[in-house]
Design a protein around this ligand. Sequence first.
Ligand code: RFL
Length: 413
Amino acid sequence: MDAFDAELGERPEPATVGEPGEEPESTTVVVIGAGPAGLTVANLLRSCGIDCIVLERRSREYVARRQRAGIVESRAVRMFASWGLADLVLGGPPHDGILEFRVDGERHFVDDTDGSAGPGARLCPQQVLVQKLTTAHLAEGGDLRYEAADVSLHGLTGDRPTVRYRSADGVPHTLTCAFVAGCDGDHGITRTAVPDGVLTAHTLDHGIGWLTVLADAPPPAHPLLAVSPQGFAAHFPRGPHSSRYYLQCPLGDDPGAWPDDRVWDALCTRLADPALTAGPVTDRETFRLRSLVHDPMQYGRLFLVGDAAHIVSPMGGKGMNLALYDADLFARAVRDHVRDHDDTGLREYSRRCLRRVWNDQEFSHWLTRTVHDAGDATGSGPFLRHLARARLDRLFTSPTATRAFAELMTGLE
Ligand code: RFL
């Protein structure tokens, strides 16, 4: 039993062994999931010489194509720089630090840089980050196993947890490790390995529906949030020739109810831009805005990282960036444990992550309410609309309010 076991203060569960005749493999960390969180954990661990095995349910091609976030915020850029990995894993141009709010067609530009020294945010789409993290990890000889099925966790409160899975050819495998990183997103299995009653789920349904559309159409000059009586809309860059759009829509709307003509008409109206250039739509989906936090983010030797622990409404661009922050704290904690026998980082992991998670949840909630309440004539009612417009007015006119906004956008302490 090592120092970390003593800290657990629980009776260790016995770890299960593999199938008869099967020789378990051993590693320091098993990472479940090869999204931004899992790949960042893997790259950071490798860069300090700690071995890990990454298990991913999907194929490499599928994971590399998944398009979601578009900006790596300053905090995360600086995090990768502190590990010497920024040039290797970040793509895309720097974000110029300007965010546009368009309120009933009137343009307001807000500087969302916090004025501190150091590299700023990057317009690096999530799939580019994932592709670069994958390439970097494999180039360093990293062990990344795709199409891993039936992953299950055992003995999480013991000193050597085991992870079992089946490879694509149906062969069962058993891994033993010191720690498991649960980086398998909101619908993964790692959280389900935690006994009932250990984690508390704090949830919020915002009561707002969004249609999101990806298109091969010119990106905006600056990320753009638009408030209008027809509802919220947004236009974000996702590469030199592609854009992501958001349109507030009735809850439960089917994406099929939004053919191309309707999408472009609604965008032209809500963005107050009749000359908006359309392009082929490559993806369209509807979803409900919700927020979720699991507390604590740890059970025994399982550490939840990224979306496996929390979901943030997309307003404010925090989900992927929080995943990168968790990954950094987890990798540092394991490094300190292995190198210096210092378990402070492991003990403090959940508390430190959650402090940042709630800070970003609050910002995301504030921005979500503001841009929706300020515009949607049918939703929140006139009183809340006036309050939201007063908040926007303060943001556009008060340097102190702009500065506070910028600090939250950049993600700096
Ligand atoms: P991911 O990206 O979901 O990756 C989890 C990985 O785990 C795999 N997996 C398993 N592997 C093995 N065994 C199992 N049983 C497994 N179950 C699942 C999955 O296949 C997958 O590869 O979680 P991660 O790494 O925590 O990263 C989180 C981010 O993906 C997420 O927070 C962001 O995409 C959220 N998000 C945004 N974040 C931002 O910072 N800025 C944005 O602008 C932004 N836009 C968005 C978004 C999310 C969106 N969706 C999902 C509603 C826009 C949208 C439309």
